[in-house]
Write a protein that binds this ligand. Structure first.
Ligand code: BEZ
Length: 325
């Protein structure tokens, strides 16, 4: 009897050991290039995960769409071929339209408010709970790129000047609709194609944040930068449901804590936008910088909400939370 009990105890210990100790080299797919803050923090997260798990878990970061575009990465996460991503909510909203509430135009007034909302909003947190059921991934938390502006190669003085213009947008329906309502011709295009498209006149303008407008030199091709802060551009840190299932409770807690830490670094870094990049853009002699508010867009926001409220019912709750910041 004693021998049986000892053997059982040893087997239980071995299984426990295996669950906690099963080593995994995780793949993390990103569309951003190596110098981008999302990529840097993904790498820092991976390094810390390896240290915190004594090397049991490590992360290989694949930047610049090396594992495919975001739709392809998401597909691979469903099968477990890719484990992790920092992914635009734009792509997630293509699969789960409820996330489009985060693209409600003029939800926040500046990047600081966007950060506060994404860190504290119970409604944004509830949206993450849709992910396992709808796309087979676990949502850990939010990051973001800066608020969206319009960078135009043709001079813009009024909303009428936007009419009929071709504008590059990230491919997701919430922004397509806002631009269509404004009378623009939205042209969906991934980030790496943007510079050439603006340079060769394939588009007249681009929807972009100020950080990349400076860092990727889009401003050099522009006549007008319309500072509208028209929309947030959140990102979400996600783990494949299959990978999650195979992690011990202890390792899930470590992944969650470290990923949240680095998503917060991404969020906190956006304070640089108003401190550094906005003044830099305003100082360019070749640029006309137009700071506009929601009134510049007339009824467009109300029309957008009419389309999106049925598909993204969290809009009113997010507006209420944003107003109370
Ligand atoms: C974009 O499509 O504009 C974009 C994608 C990822 C990070 C920042 C911007």
């Amino acid at each position: 009897m004693k021998r049986i009990l000892m053997a059982t105890a040893a087997a239980v210990a071995a299984i426990g050991c295996m669950a906690g100790a099963s080593a995994k080299e995780m793949k993390m797919g990103l569309i951003t290039p190596p110098p981008h803050i999302w990529t840097k923090e993904a790498q820092a997260f991976g390094d810390e995960l390896k240290a915190a798990t004594d090397g049991r878990h490590s992360v290989v970061v694949y930047p610049s769409r090396q594992l495919g575009n975001e739709a392809e990465v998401l597909q691979q996460m469903q099968s477990g071929a890719v484990d992790l991503s920092f992914m635009t909510v734009a792509e997630v909203s293509n699969r789960v339209p409820e996330f489009s509430a985060l693209f409600t135009p003029f939800l926040v007034k500046d990047n600081a408010e966007a950060v506060k909302l994404l860190k504290t909003s119970p409604t944004a947190k509830e949206l993450l709970e849709l992910l396992p059921g709808k796309v087979g991934v676990v949502g850990i938390g939010y990051g973001m790129a800066g608020l969206r502006q319009i960078v135009s190669a043709v001079p813009i003085k009024s909303a009428a000047d936007l009419k009929g213009r071709k504008i590059r947008v990230t491919p997701f329906p919430a922004t397509r609709d806002l631009n269509t309502i404004l009378g623009l011709a939205p042209t969906p295009m991934p980030l790496p194609d943007v510079y050439d498209a603006l340079a060769n006149g394939q588009v007249d303008a681009i929807e972009m944040d100020l950080e990349l407008t400076v860092k990727l030199k889009y401003w050099e091709l522009a006549k007008t930068v319309l500072i509208s802060n028209q929309m947030m551009f959140p990102m979400v840190g996600i783990v494949s449901g299959r990978t999650w299932r195979d992690l011990s409770a202890e390792d899930r807690a470590i992944v969650t804590e470290l990923m949240r830490k680095h998503l917060d670094v991404v969020l906190d870094k956006t304070e640089e936008i108003e401190r550094t990049f906005l003044p830099e853009i305003k100082a360019k002699d070749s640029l006309q910088v137009l700071e506009v508010g929601q009134d510049f867009y007339g009824d467009a926001v109300a029309e957008w909400e009419k389309i999106w409220l049925p598909q993204a019912p969290a809009i009113p709750a997010l507006r209420k939370e944003a107003a109370a910041l």
